[in-house]
Ligand binder design. Sequence first.
Ligand code: XIL
Length: 448
Amino acid sequence: MPIPRHGRLALLATAAAGVVVAASVAVIGTADAASTLGASAAQTGRYFGAAIAAGKLGDSTYTGILNREFNAVTPENEMKWDATEPSQGRFTYTNGDRILNQGISMGAKIRGHALLWHQQQPSWAQGLSGSALRNAAINHVTQVATHYKGKIYAWDVVNEAFADGGSGGRRDSNLQRTGNDWIEAAFRAARAADPNAKLCYNDYNTDGVNAKSTGVYNMVRDFKSRGVPIDCVGFQSHLGTSIPGDYQANLQRFADLGVEVQITELDVAQGGNQANIYAAVTRACVAVSRCGGITVWGIRDSDSWRTGENPLLFDSSGNKKAAYTSVLNALNAGGPTNPTTPVTTTPTGNPPSGACAASVSLNSWNGGFVATVRVTAGSAAVNGWTVSLALPSGSAVTSTWNATGSGSTGTISFRNVSYNGQIPAGGYTEFGFQGTGAGPGTASCTAG
Ligand code: XIL
């Protein structure tokens, strides 16, 4: 009895793929692995960000690392209530806008932080209560979210509203005393002001499964069931010398509620385990498909709010620490999620024999994008390929993986690298690149 057609193809494909896998293993992790935090995270569609301070943007060591390594930024203090509304109804955005413009110039995602919080309130708000405070708080959310409308990837709408300890309930604060519904009122106001920003709840000591994180979990589940707009939960992850054993499981249970999870303020006390803890956090995010990215709370140890704990990825001179390398390796081990090794699918008969086709999928935000390009062989194997695409004017490629680009602007040719030039009949491979500006619409492929 003849072997059915699809069975024969599967056998051939397995044999061909086996050869290529062996070749690719030696290459990934060396020359072709992404070499910065942002580019490595982008390989799996994630971002890697830092909290930054407007007052440090004149420090060239600081901005050198920032521009090189990161593709997301959070203002460390500049968008907080005391900074943006120092007297009631008078809004000042000078420093917040500095952070915003720095982020835009990098093509980075900008996390807004934080619209409402019991700390860093202006003194006039600290003196209010009842409906006067509620109205002032909602007005604050509306005004600030409107000022930054369309420019913010995700807002920490409410920060640190749950109590520490075993109660699982809300923290007492002047905002909480305006009524338990203050959080949902804030989220509704933020959605109305900026419908395109993801809206996050952000907190600390919620990094494992515990009473506090379960309190937050129950709130998010309730919001989802009642249609209160919430898109993401931030886990600050200010860690000491250990990480909760259920860190990843905790992220996953929130993700399973249908929200994005983000590591928003990561820093880890320097001790024997610092590099390992950083790696464990990174692996956990990469393993949870709804984990959008990681932000570290500062760049160099000397920039940290945790004075003396040296909790960051760069030392005070700006050198990479062991923790940096462990994060980079963990990001590169996680990606690309998209196959680097040609994978065989059932031939479609299209494109024609000996030819290849290219299709682009874009993940874009205001000011930047990540493009994933799939190169598909027709009914004959392809031995070498070049994909050509035109970037819109004003756009530029900042990093590329699994291909070599001819330049960074205009019409760019991307050539296969050593391990993905051969694509079996009906198979495909994928490469990607990150850029500033708008992404390309279409691509064309030439085989050979
Ligand atoms: C910190 C800043 O890093 C400091 O510069 C500032 O003096 C106090 O706030 N949780 C948060 C952040 O959500 O906003 C805090 O940032 C750190 C704890």
